[in-house]
Design a protein around this ligand. Structure first.
Ligand code: TNX
Length: 540
């Protein structure tokens, strides 16, 4: 018989205490850990509770203690000895995950009557363990259910993309977005920083190449002040604005503290009207500038005029511009990749596009010292690994033939899979959803759809597990105004994408996921899928 003891979690989790429970269903854990054994009873969180850390776990322990203070009101000291919630980071810690050697992000989590222990080889692993623990903790104090968990991710890249170009999100909005998603073990925040309708990252004139005539500060002065009119719903103008370099560094640091890597994207050579509009010298007879950044619309059927803007691949100054922008972006970010976009350069045609990519990418890699990412079309240039190219180069599959992607990974590249029909977070849930586009996902586009796919088979023709760096759910913002609307479309579907990046394929089950998602409660900021109402915009 099932003993139903209801726990109200930090997550709001209603957790029946079923001894031997092995799927984690009753515990409301998302993403599902590799091994979950659920015992009887548990650890009672009392006012005297302490977090106990070794030196390498100090940062993670302090962060967790602050969260525990906020939900319990207890003092929650962080100590180096004694009993309580113990977090240990030790590169030589001896353990296995489901019988196998542990990966970098792995952790063990043990809860019994006497205490809680998180053990990991890296601080990132310990942070992951803390996210699992948070989903187990009752909101007002109480009993953390007894468990033994062994866990690690299937893929290192578990991303969500936020398009701040069509409509801006300010620094606090982005931080709240990181908070909600890092609780679900997101490891990458991809920021789409420039598109036809706006430019959102300050670029200075510092370090310009000799003779470079461009005033880079015009990018944000001119195109930070433009945005896109909302398609449908209230036809609200997109939020304008941009991140100063100090604000952007603040976002990157905030993300890093939560073990989230920022991948910054400036989309080139297409989707560049905001740059062409701001920098006169980039315009030629072939760059087709339209000084009206409010247009450039993907309509409900995807038949809009995207792809009309393009940098001129014959112009030397184009590459000077690209090098300068990405050098600053890479320096500000300090991460392993910059994303060069590369999608939908329809105005150029295939040959010119390939010329551009073939010339621009090695220059970006050499100037920045980091790897490059690009959308599916980027693979059309047939970039091989080898001299001039980084092993770290990544193609992000969104749509189109899998042939390019398979060719790219055969040459040693890696793939991030974000197939539009099953992972695009900007799509409507149903035809009645007031915001969102509908070209990519038709019919019912709820979390089941965003769960029931696998990155090895979604790229047409299939790719090997080893070729997959990870998965991503992109949130484009043609129809999204402000943080509430972003969250409305993001949750709960991002949870499905992130579990697809974390949990072994053999353990995924959509009905089980639905039950865990329901138990997650407030950890998923908005149960959007059952409502057809979008939150009203909060004003510009
Ligand atoms: C296609 S996905 C685009 C974006 C749009 C999106 C809308 C991709 C690489 N390009 O420019 O915002 O569709 O869903």
């Amino acid at each position: 018989a099932t003993v139903v003891a209801v726990f109200v979690g930090v997550s709001g989790a209603a957790a029946p205490a079923v001894a031997g429970e092995e799927r984690g269903t009753a515990l409301g854990l998302v993403p599902l850990p590799v091994v979950v054994e659920h015992g009887a009873g548990g650890f009672v969180v009392r006012p005297s509770v302490a977090v106990v850390v070794n030196a390498a776990a100090r940062g993670v322990g302090e962060g967790f203690a602050a969260q525990l203070r906020a939900v319990t009101g207890y003092r929650v000291p962080v100590r180096t000895r004694g009993a309580g919630i113990r977090i240990t980071v030790d590169p030589r810690a001896d353990y296995t995950v489901d019988g196998a050697a542990p990966a970098d992000e792995s952790y063990l989590l043990d809860v019994d009557r006497r205490g809680v222990a998180i053990t990991a080889r890296t601080a990132h692993g310990a942070f992951n363990g803390v996210q699992t623990l948070r989903q187990l903790i009752p909101v007002w104090g109480g009993t953390i259910p007894a468990v033994h968990i062994e866990d690690q991710p299937r893929f290192p890249y578990r991303g969500v993309m936020l398009d701040v170009a069509r409509s801006f999100q300010d620094v606090d909005d982005v931080k709240r977005y990181i908070d909600s998603l890092s609780a679900l073990k997101m490891s990458v925040l991809h920021l789409h920083l420039a598109d036809d309708q706006g430019w959102r990252i300050e670029i200075t004139n510092d370090g310009k190449a000799p003779g470079d005539p461009i005033d880079y500060t015009a990018l944000t002065r001119v195109s930070g002040a433009t945005a896109m009119t909302q398609q449908g719903y209230r036809a609200e103008l997109g939020r304008t604005g941009y991140y100063t370099q100090a604000q952007y560094r603040d976002i990157v640091a905030y993300a890093r503290e939560r073990f989230v890597t920022v991948v910054p994207e400036v989309d080139i050579p297409g989707h560049t009207n905001a740059a062409l509009h701001a920098i006169p010298q980039l315009n030629t007879d072939r760059s087709l500038p339209k000084p009206n950044p409010a247009t450039g619309v993907v309509d409900w059927n995807g038949t809009g005029n995207v792809g009309y803007s393009a940098l001129d691949e014959r112009l030397d100054l184009t590459y000077t511009f690209v090098e300068h922008v990405f050098t600053q972006l890479a320096e500000l970010t300090g991460g392993p990749y910059v994303h060069i976009g590369g999608d939908e350069s329809h105005a150029m045609g295939h040959t010119r596009y390939v010329d551009f990519i073939t010339r621009a990418v090695p220059r970006v890699q050499a100037a920045t010292g980091v790897g490059t990412m690009g959308w599916t079309e980027y693979a059309e240039a047939g970039l091989a690994q080898g001299p001039g190219y980084w092993d770290g180069s990544v193609v992000q599959y969104w749509i189109g033939s899998g042939d390019w992607v398979r060719d790219f990974v055969a040459k040693g590249g890696k793939a991030v899979v974000s197939a539009a029909a099953a992972s695009y977070l900007d799509q409507k849930y149903t035809k009645d959803t007031p915001i969102g586009l509908s070209w990519a996902c038709k019919g019912t586009c709820d979390f089941e759809r965003y769960y029931d796919w696998d990155p090895t088979t979604t790229v047409t023709g299939g790719i090997a597990e080893e070729a997959v760096l990870g998965v991503e759910g992109p949130l484009w913002s043609e129809t999204i105004r402000g943080a509430d609307q972003a969250q409305f479309l993001t949750f709960p579907r991002a949870a499905a994408v992130l579990e697809t990046g974390w949990t072994p394929a053999t353990r995924k089950d959509v009905a089980d996921f639905a039950a865990r998602l329901a138990a997650l409660g407030p950890a998923s900021p908005r149960r959007a899928s059952t409502s057809t109402r979008a939150p009203a915009p909060a004003g510009n």
